[in-house]
Design a protein around this ligand. Structure first.
Ligand code: ASP
Length: 459
């Protein structure tokens, strides 16, 4: 069964990519980030404490531009484009992911092929996620960024309330493990969408895709046409949202810096460096995988995915980047559409190595801050929980940290602790999303070699 008007789909995606690329977003975003931090620091009532509490009182009289209440209000206004940007991406992410997964499965052409690919890609995704988490846990145990963090600062960061809207729903921790596993199948699709339960949505989309694939003749064509239109439409909205991205980054960073202050940002510097080195290492792992397990030359791979990496960095959303990744895979890496259109939408939602690595580092860091000892069993449990958590993390900006809060509950760390690391989350989100997207593209290159396309009977 072929979805309607594939050429219109690719034409529309190409024009959206060209439009976004022409904006030089990554540069504007970097400028927005720098300005956000600088202006946030100038306006933050907390920054003066950097010079010691005694001097702070003197400095407060001459240097603090705004009192706490006014500064927080100004920060909220600055954050407005960011709130709208996140709202736009979150608004379209569920239809985009659903349509793309359904189209990815139907584009693959046959159940036999899906089975072949599924049996290889799922263990591959799990294996790379475990590698990422292991890298994260090793680094954070070597650098130990959580020891020596000033407890007053922890209290200030928690009390600033910066993390309040990312805290987990109260009832999550009440579920038993069988209940959590049973929950994977959505008994109520509307509720799954309302709760933004990405794993349930992915499962529903996979089922719908497989069902459509097994329908006789053209019975499913209206739904496929709807999915094609849905994908084009959501991408159009994303390309408009992208114009807001530099202002969004500026405002969100400025707001968070005003609330937290330079002192808190500097104190988590080592933690930030640990995450970044870990992510860099994961990138090297991908390059090794490409060099040893694919037929693509490293140079071509890196050149072919550069544009998509910049997009992932700019949007902090693997979901929003997904259609562009498919395009880059097919046009630049010459990956067969049956592979790229199935693996990338699936990978964008369930294969998040960058997020998993970040969540592992952040969890161990906060354990160190709060003096929670992790035994070997706890560490293995953390590894398993993080694999599950990264699978369930929606492919949208800033959610990795919200899901991290639920991991923390499981290991006995107060989830409010994320207040300490939320100030640097934006930049880490951009970097981990770039790794997430690179991981999906690497997977397509590996599957191109591993999945015997010719031996599978396509209808
Ligand atoms: N922003 C990430 C992504 O879309 C998810 C996260 O917050 O870690 O891949």
């Amino acid at each position: 069964m072929t979805p309607a008007k594939p050429t219109e789909r690719s034409k529309s995606l190409s024009s959206d990519t060209a439009f976004i690329m022409a904006q030089n977003l990554w540069l504007k975003i970097l400028i927005g980030m720098a300005l956000g931090v600088i202006i946030g620091l100038l306006l933050s009532p907390e920054s003066v404490y950097l010079f010691g509490t005694e001097n702070a009182f003197k400095l407060k009289e001459c240097c603090v531009l705004l009192d706490k209440e006014t500064a927080f209000k100004v920060g909220e206004w600055f954050a407005l484009p960011g709130v709208m940007f996140l709202g736009l991406i979150q608004m379209v992410i569920i239809p985009l992911v659903t349509c793309s997964i359904i189209l990815g499965i139907t584009d693959s052409g046959s159940m036999a092929f899906l089975k072949h690919m599924g049996m290889r890609i799922v263990p591959y995704f799990i294996m790379t996620t475990v590698i990422a988490i292991t890298i994260g846990i090793c680094f954070v145990n070597i650098t130990q960024p959580g020891f020596g963090i000033d407890q007053d600062m922890v209290t200030t960061a928690i009390e600033s309330g910066a993390a309040n809207d990312r805290l987990p729903q109260k009832n999550f921790q009440d579920l038993t493990i069988p209940q959590r596993i049973g929950n994977v199948v959505p008994s109520n699709l509307a509720k799954a969408e309302l709760d933004r339960n990405m794993l349930q949505i992915v499962i529903a989309a996979i089922l719908a895709g497989i069902a459509l694939l097994s329908l006789p003749g053209k019975a499913g064509k209206p739904i496929l046409d709807l999915c094609v239109a849905g994908q084009i439409l959501t991408m159009k909205i994303i390309s408009w949202a992208m114009l807001l991205a530099p202002y969004a980054v500026f405002g969100l960073l400025c707001n968070i810096t005003i609330r937290i202050g330079l002192d808190a940002l500097i104190s988590v510097g080592l933690y930030m460096i640990t995450v970044l080195i870990g992510l860099g290492c994961m990138m090297c792992v991908y390059l090794l995988i490409v060099a040893f397990f694919t037929n693509i030359k490293l140079k071509d791979f890196m050149a072919g995915i550069r544009g998509v990496q910049l997009l992932a960095f700019s949007t902090s959303s693997s979901g929003a980047t997904m259609p562009f990744s498919i395009q880059a895979a097919e046009e630049n890496l010459k990956i067969k559409p049956e592979i790229s259109r199935f693996i990338i939408p699936l990978g964008a939602t369930i294969n998040m190595d960058g997020t998993a690595l970040y969540q592992a580092v952040a969890a161990v860091f906060l354990c160190q801050v709060f003096g929670v000892d992790l035994s070997l069993t706890d560490t293995i449990l953390l590894l398993l929980t993080t694999v599950g958590a990264s699978i369930g993390t929606p492919a949208t900006p800033g959610v990795g940290i919200a899901v991290l809060a639920t991991i923390l509950v499981g290991i006995g760390v107060p989830p409010e602790g994320i207040g300490l690391i939320i100030g640097v989350d934006r930049i880490l989100d951009m970097c981990r999303t770039t790794v997430n997207v690179t991981g999906d593209l690497t997977a397509t290159a590996v599957m191109q070699k591993w999945v015997p396309l010719k031996r599978v009977a396509l209808p």
